[in-house]
Write a protein that binds this ligand. Structure first.
Ligand code: 3PG
Length: 401
């Protein structure tokens, strides 16, 4: 179902589930990456221009019961207002008398944003009663929160099943279409680049990627564990000791399946995370007392060559401590090479997407697709069904029958 084709939005209360779960600066509370807000604008705009009464809802962070501090959607609403010129009314809560009145009083083309859905524990419990309260505010349900589609939570799972008129938003459709190109017979050679801190976070995705990719490049801190598993001396580098056998198994599986795994051949090392400079050394000569904090230039070339030859590239996870200048080169160079590559390039959300945007607008523009979903993109790549998407699908199936 394509919202763009829907002409029945005028004067309807259109509930749009967005993912405004944006990163906030820990000290100032300012939004550090507003891509998720920007990317949700086309759907919001479409609804506003169609004369809908627009009700936006999202989660933000992982607030503990009763501890709402720093998790209000206020900054997200303010940013949306700034970007669109719309007046965005933030309600005091997402259910109850406040939102009932605000949504009742909305006029065509007006926008309100419900306060953080996770201020109610029932959201994460996929609670039917909570979903029903949201349903009372809603004539038409639109899910544009791709980033939250891997969660079976009330606003994306129980709620859509209660609303007859439901649809995927434009961002949701764009994400699913782009990521489908990685799942449905991707053009070969297919190269995946994985980084980030932990092997344990990526096991499932590594396992499933090994079935489809020709080459898997592993960088970031997770590469240290693989290097150690191969018997390299990684000095003070962070590794996951308990994952060494798993790393060996993964390397063996790759050999069995004919996929090549590329590991760093050089790394940028320093004595501490807050060092002002780093030194590139071979992985065979990591000095005692130092730790690997980025991939080195030879590794950039090695991974870069694979990326340039590929027809399909998927990247998730930074190559090093890119937030710190001396250790940002590997991540930014991979971004630059990918953005100029001829193949279809996809960046999985989270840190790597933020890194691509930090690398510059031109680089971001050169990517085939930058996903707004971190966990959601990875779960999709793993071949798992996303509860948020299934809820919409079952809706479509019910209607068809
Ligand atoms: C994300 O940032 O991946 C989504 O917004 C989901 O957030 P969560 O991991 O807190 O459920």
């Amino acid at each position: 179902e394509d919202l763009a084709k829907d002409s029945g939005l005028a004067n309807k209360r259109v509930f749009i589930r967005v993912d405004f779960n944006v990163p906030l600066d820990k000290k100032t509370g300012a939004i550090t990456d507003d891509a998720r807000i920007r990317e949700s604008i086309p759907t919001i705009k479409l609804a506003v221009e169609a004369g809908a009464k627009v009700i936006l809802a999202s989660h933000l962070g992982r607030p503990k019961p009763g501890k709402h501090e720093g998790c209000s959607l206020e900054p997200a609403g303010a940013r949306l207002a700034e970007l669109t010129g719309y007046e965005v009314h933030l309600t005091d809560d997402c259910v109850g008398d406040g939102p009932k009145k605000v949504t009742h009083d909305l006029r065509a083309g007006q926008v309100c944003l419900l306060e953080n859905l996770r201020f109610h524990e029932e959201e994460e419990k996929d609670d039917e009663n909570f979903a029903r309260q949201l349903a009372e505010l809603t004539d038409i349900y639109v899910d544009d929160a791709f980033g939250a589609a891997h969660r079976a939570h009330a606003s994306v799972h129980a709620l859509p099943r209660m609303i007859r008129d439901r649809a995927a938003g434009l961002l949701m459709l764009k994400e699913l279409r782009s990521l489908a190109r990685l799942l449905d017979r991707p053009e070969k050679p297919y190269v995946a680049v994985l980084g980030g801190a932990k092997v344990s976070d990526k096991i499932a995705v590594v396992e499933s990627l090994l079935n489809v990719v020709d080459t898997l490049c592993i960088g970031g801190a997770m590469a240290n564990t693989f290097l150690a598993a191969q018997g390299k001396k990684v000095a003070s580098s962070k590794i996951e000791d308990d994952k060494l056998p798993l790393a060996r198994t993964i390397l063996q599986k790759a050999r069995d399946r004919g996929a090549s795994v590329l590991l760093p051949v050089d790394v940028v090392v320093a004595k501490s995370l807050d060092a002002q400079n780093g030194t590139a050394v071979s992985v065979d000569a990591i000095p005692d007392g130092t730790m690997a904090l980025d991939i080195g230039p030879k590794t950039v070339e090695l991974f870069g060559n694979a990326i340039q030859r590929a027809k399909t590239v998927f990247w998730n996870g930074p190559m090093g401590l890119f937030e710190s200048k001396p250790f940002s080169n590997g991540t930014f160079e991979i971004a630059r090479i990918m953005s100029r590559a001829d193949g279809f390039t996809v960046v999985g959300g989270g840190d790597s997407a933020a890194a691509v945007r930090a690398a510059g607008e031109e680089i971001a523009k050169g990517m085939g697709h930058i996903s707004t979903g971190g966990g959601a993109a990875l779960e999709l790549i793993e071949g798992r069904k996303l509860p948020g998407v299934e809820a919409l699908r079952s809706a479509v199936a019910e209607e068809a029958s």
